[in-house]
Design a protein around this ligand. Structure first.
Ligand code: LMR
Length: 326
């Protein structure tokens, strides 16, 4: 399998690449050709990482290529992990952030459209993930929209970890949590379909705890990590990316998880918007979990996050960054 990582010289890349090469992404029997894409300022770091990858003598790692050229990076790619993005600088306007990222993800989409393998799967990890995925897809009109996904698995994993700690259960006993909406502070971690060891979580926790602790803690965890370590989450983001792709390729069974996928209109989310939903992976495709009852508490919070996604879409549309919006 040909796997390309953009922003490969950064901290997430450093946590991600060795796990891909050791077989965690696709399984212990799948050989991998890795391409590390970087911009000129990150190239030296990517070259250094490539040397270390070689030194690990991973049996599954067949080749490592470092490039700044998107056409070369995405030629024949099966799995594209789009990590490189322009982070928000202090005082930066949201529209400026969307614009500079649009200028990064547009050419990536065009290069994917030109050269990717017919089974390509794309995961956007670089913020703002949902709208970056939308822009990438809009520049790749020949690739089905369901191949472009945005990472909310990190939020999902954070929510599972918080619930496990609160309820004193093992993480594996929890199922049915959903992250809805945008990978931003407006996201909504929904426990109303979640179970812990088969018991409904909503019967085990008080609504006050949800409102005052759980929801803001999960939604603002990225900021909490930045404050604590002086930089964005890196190893946990890489781990979530591994989880997302592994499940997408290998299936989730009956359990569900969360991912930003192109909306089919489910749950009142406008079609084509890249929004986080409850999903299962079946036969190599994400499927939105259907027919969940949504209570008024959840509805208001889902709508608020979807409204933010619509605003982002309109902002990039006004910038001319959605040439073939489907
Ligand atoms: C995270 O959720 O940890 C990151 O998306 C936060 C950030 O702004 O980098």
């Amino acid at each position: 399998m040909n796997v390309t990582v953009t922003g490969a010289g950064g901290q997430i890349g450093y946590s991600l690449l060795f796990r891909i090469a050791s077989g965690d992404l696709l399984g212990p029997t799948v050989p991998v050709n890795l391409t590390l894409m970087e911009i000129p300022s990150g190239r030296a770091a990517a070259e250094g990482t490539a040397l270390e990858l070689q030194d690990c003598a991973f049996p599954l790692l067949r080749s490592v290529t470092v490039t700044e050229d998107p056409v070369r990076a995405f030629d024949g790619v099966n799995i594209a992990l789009l990590v490189g993005s322009r982070p928000r600088a202090v005082g930066m306007e949201r529209v400026a952030l969307l614009e500079s990222n649009g200028r990064i993800f547009g050419p990536v989409g065009a290069a994917l459209n030109a050269g990717a393998a017919s089974d390509v799967r794309v995961l956007v990890v670089g913020n703002p993930v949902n709208t970056n995925a939308l822009v990438t897809s809009a520049f790749a009109p020949d690739i089905p929209a369901d191949r472009f996904t945005a990472m909310t698995r990190l939020d999902h994993n954070r929510g599972i970890a918080q619930l496990a700690s609160r309820l004193q259960v093992h993480v594996a006993e929890l199922d049915g949590l959903t992250i809805w909406g945008n990978h931003s502070a407006s996201q909504y971690p929904d426990v109303f379909h979640a179970t812990a060891g088969g018991c409904p979580v909503s019967e085990l926790v008080a609504q006050d705890w949800l409102v005052d602790d759980f929801i803001p803690r999960v939604a603002n965890r990225g900021y909490e990590i930045i404050q604590a370590r002086g930089g964005s989450s890196a190893a946990s983001a890489a781990s979530a990316a591994i989880d997302h792709v592994y499940d997408w390729v290998n299936g989730t069974g009956e359990r569900w998880t969360s991912a930003g996928v192109s909306s089919d209109g489910s749950y009142g989310v406008p079609e084509g918007l890249v929004c986080s939903f409850p999903v299962r992976a079946v036969d190599g495709r994400w499927q939105i979990v259907p027919d969940l009852a949504i209570n008024a508490f959840s509805r208001a919070r889902i709508d608020a996050s979807v409204a933010e996604l619509i605003e982002e879409r309109e902002a990039v549309r006004a910038l001319g960054l959605l040439p073939s919006l489907r």
